[in-house]
Design a protein around this ligand. Structure first.
Ligand SMILES: *[C@@H]1O[C@H](CO)[C@@H](O)[C@H](O)[C@H]1NC(C)=O
Ligand SMILES: *[C@@H]1O[C@H](CO)[C@@H](O)[C@H](O)[C@H]1NC(C)=O
Ligand SMILES: *[C@@H]1O[C@H](CO)[C@@H](O)[C@H](O)[C@H]1NC(C)=O
Ligand SMILES: *[C@@H]1O[C@H](CO)[C@@H](O)[C@H](O)[C@H]1NC(C)=O
Ligand SMILES: *[C@@H]1O[C@H](CO)[C@@H](O)[C@H](O)[C@H]1NC(C)=O
Ligand SMILES: *[C@@H]1O[C@H](CO)[C@@H](O)[C@H](O)[C@H]1NC(C)=O
Ligand SMILES: *[C@@H]1O[C@H](CO)[C@@H](O)[C@H](O)[C@H]1NC(C)=O
Length: 640
């Protein structure tokens, strides 16, 4: 009797005091690289409140790839059988066990159930915690970080821990190590600032522009000097005036200038004067009709060309974010708007999402958008092209994987996502490279600098688009080469994503036949990781009407991506006209049928003090499989 009582007492004592501390805590995420320009400033006061979000592990997520491949491989009998949103939500919503396990963990830490709310899809839990609670829960220390140029503040920690048995139930927690505070346009300021604007600097970036020196003749003999819509039609075999429809995503403050569209159309697409894209606003996004070179270049470029190439149908413009939260608006804000199941917020009026990761709507800052955050308010278009990117190192693998899975889920629903491969060849944004020893960025001139891959291009579920150019003095009918004038086509290998099955043969044959002169000291040469870009299109010397005239050529993969996207939209339209569904996730088809593309075999993508990789026959990490061959693609896709 006596001993039995004692045993009970001991176990009670263990139960109350030692329960959490005997759990085996493991590091869940640790930041590898400090995004450039940020410094640790001070500890946060323990009573400061953090809005915490926990991204729960989705169920059946390991099957996502095989589901997507089944409906995206042209030889599969399920090819083109896209899923409904309900089917997608049902398949991937986190399991009740997952929700319960995380709830129990929070409860054990004294965070009682009514402080925790769930998002509609069950994908997220959110709660307000004090810094002290968060530090105890995650075995970490929170600091305020400050950007050395902008003085912008950001709350983060270096690493955080969770109990081992919880680890399999969560993707990641915010705010913790993440710094995805700004999406950068992929092109850059010619007057490169010595400050080395990092990933999150408030932008003085301007797109890559260069004054137009020679007169614009607007004929096909002049395409090597001036690229116009007719040059692109000639290069890729696009008929003029086919029907089409496509989508473009813009992150405020980037905005088109209507008067510039009209100048452009009056020269290159007369029937479209006064036409505008159909605006779908996300989180206060609006067209800001104030001339500004830095803010108009990207949007003017994309819309002038996309609208001309798919004329007579309309282009839809998703304008994301108000003018206040521009440093925080992220791809997630956009994804939320087209997929309610991705949304972290409980309902459309929730405004306590993580201010340290994505923009918060309604905007708490003066002058901001006061409406609700957009959650599933827009239908996803079938072709979505985005001309922004991050350095893969600047986000965490868990964060990137979750976003990447979202592209796969939208692929299941029939949407094609295109991302530009970025404009710095093998280097990262602004031409920066990574010192593997100090884990910091450098300019690539020292011996120890690794190539920096670009996300979302490294996500296997997007179509990554690199850049080509017409050879100097060559005619528009000669093969193009990789673009290395003013910009260099982004390309390389992920450190995060495994090589997808659809490209393994093509990539392995590149390693075998054209082994690069660099090894693991420069890039992940394991032959196990995702290679990009997948394809390419012209990205040099685009004639763009900007601030009322044609004073600048524009260069960049952010010209290539909308051009390629326009072609896919034309193909979707042609399929629709004969009763077929959208092409959706297209990568497996393109790799299985490379003759749908014009192979690009010359040129390099320099960066980090190297010549970069070389374009070669077949796939290469400079121009991918090549540029679009519209007639072949059309014929193929109309018969599949
Ligand atoms: C967090 O705090 C805000 C502001 O005090 C409140 O509106 C919100 O409902 C809280 N969220 C949760 C999940 O308790
Ligand atoms: C645009 O059209 C105007 C008026 O027809 C013409 O004067 C001008 O040269 C054209 N510019 C270009 C770049 O084609
Ligand atoms: C294109 O947009 C215009 C103006 O917004 C609208 O009137 C027209 O119906 C649209 N056309 C199509 C085909 O959607
Ligand atoms: C959240 O939004 C509601 C209405 O949209 C507003 O009344 C409230 O003040 C907001 N809360 C915060 C913390 O911004
Ligand atoms: C292109 O043609 C111009 C004029 O004919 C000539 O001056 C120039 O050297 C040529 N450039 C190249 C790269 O062939
Ligand atoms: C290269 O990729 C492989 C496979 O994902 C991974 O195991 C390895 O850690 C990566 N190497 C580096 C240096 O990141
Ligand atoms: C590619 O380069 C090779 C040799 O450098 C040259 O012979 C060939 O003509 C070039 N091809 C093109 C399409 O520029």
């Amino acid at each position: 009797m006596y001993s039995s009582v004692l045993v009970i007492l001991i176990s009670l004592a263990i139960g109350t005091i030692a329960y959490p501390s005997t759990w085996d805590h493991v590091v869940h995420e640790r930041r590898q690289v400090m995004p450039e320009g940020w410094n640790r400033h001070s500890r946060l006061h323990p009573e400061r409140v953090l809005p915490m979000r926990i991204a729960l592990k989705q169920s059946n997520i390991d099957d996502l790839d095989s589901h997507l491949m089944r409906i995206s491989s042209p030889d599969s009998e399920d090819y083109g059988k896209h899923w409904s949103y309900e089917e997608i939500v049902d398949m991937f919503a986190p399991s009740p066990d997952t929700v319960q396990a995380v709830h129990d963990w929070l409860l054990s830490a004294g965070i009682i159930g009514d402080r925790v709310s769930k998002s509609r899809s069950l994908g997220w839990l959110h709660l307000n915690v004090s810094v002290g609670e968060a530090e105890a829960l995650l075995r970490t220390e929170y600091h305020l970080y400050e950007h050395e140029v902008t003085r912008q503040g950001h709350v983060a920690c270096e690493a955080y821990h969770v109990p081992r048995h919880i680890q399999s139930h969560i993707d990641f927690i915010t705010p913790t190590i993440h710094f995805d505070t700004k999406v950068l346009p992929s092109r850059t300021n010619e007057k490169r600032s010595g400050a080395g604007f990092g990933h999150s600097g408030r932008p003085p970036w301007l797109p890559k522009v260069s004054p137009i020196a020679k007169p614009i003749l607007n004929n096909l003999q002049d395409c090597h000097n001036n690229v116009t819509p007719d040059c692109l039609r000639a290069l890729y075999g696009i008929p003029s005036l086919p029907p089409g429809m496509r989508t473009n995503v813009k992150y405020t403050p980037q905005s088109y200038l209507g008067s510039d569209l009209d100048v452009f159309f009056s020269n290159y697409s007369k029937s479209q004067v006064q036409r505008r894209p159909t605006l779908l606003s996300v989180d206060g996004g609006d067209v800001n009709d104030i001339p500004n070179l830095g803010q108009n270049t990207e949007s003017n470029l994309d819309l002038q060309y996309a609208m001309a190439l798919v004329n007579p149908l309309n282009v839809t413009l998703f304008q994301v974010g108000d003018m206040i939260e521009t440093d925080y608006t992220s791809f997630n804000n956009f994804l939320d708007s087209i997929d309610a199941s991705y949304c972290s917020s409980n309902d459309a009026t929730d405004n306590v999402t993580s201010p340290t990761v994505d923009a918060i709507y309604p905007d708490p800052l003066p002058g901001g958008y006061t409406g609700p955050r957009n959650c599933g308010g827009h239908a996803a278009s079938k072709v979505i092209s985005t001309s922004y990117s991050y350095n893969e190192h600047d986000l965490s693998p868990a964060y990137e994987t979750r976003q990447c899975n979202e592209y796969a889920k939208l692929g299941l629903a029939g949407t094609t996502f295109l991302y530009c491969s970025s404009d710095y060849g093998v280097a990262g944004s602004q031409g920066r490279c990574l010192d593997p020893t100090t884990k910091s960025y450098n300019d690539g001139s020292s011996g120890s600098s690794m190539f920096v891959p670009s996300f979302p291009s490294t996500c296997p579920y997007v179509l990554s688009v690199g850049a080509t150019q017409i050879k100097p003095n060559a005619s528009v009918t000669e093969p193009e080469i990789a673009c290395s004038t003013k910009i260099a086509s982004g390309g390389g290998f992920s450190n995060v994503f495994q090589m997808p099955s659809y490209q393994s043969q093509a990539v392995k044959s590149w390693f075998r036949n054209y082994p690069p002169p660099y090894g693991a000291e420069r890039f992940n040469n394991s032959q196990l990781t995702r290679g990009y870009p997948d394809v390419s299109a012209n990205g040099a010397r685009y004639v763009v009407a900007l601030l009322g005239g044609y004073n600048y050529h524009l260069y960049g993969t952010s010209a290539s991506a909308p051009t390629f996207g326009s072609i896919l939209a034309l193909i979707n339209e042609a399929r629709m006209n004969i009763g077929k569904g959208p092409i959706g996730f297209i990568n497996p088809t393109l790799y299985a049928h490379p003759y749908l593309l014009n192979d690009i075999v010359n040129g390099t993508n320099p960066g980090c003090g190297t010549a970069g990789f070389e374009a070669s026959p077949g796939w290469d990490p400079v121009t991918g499989l090549g540029t679009p061959n519209y007639p072949r693609m059309l014929q193929f896709f109309l018969s599949h």
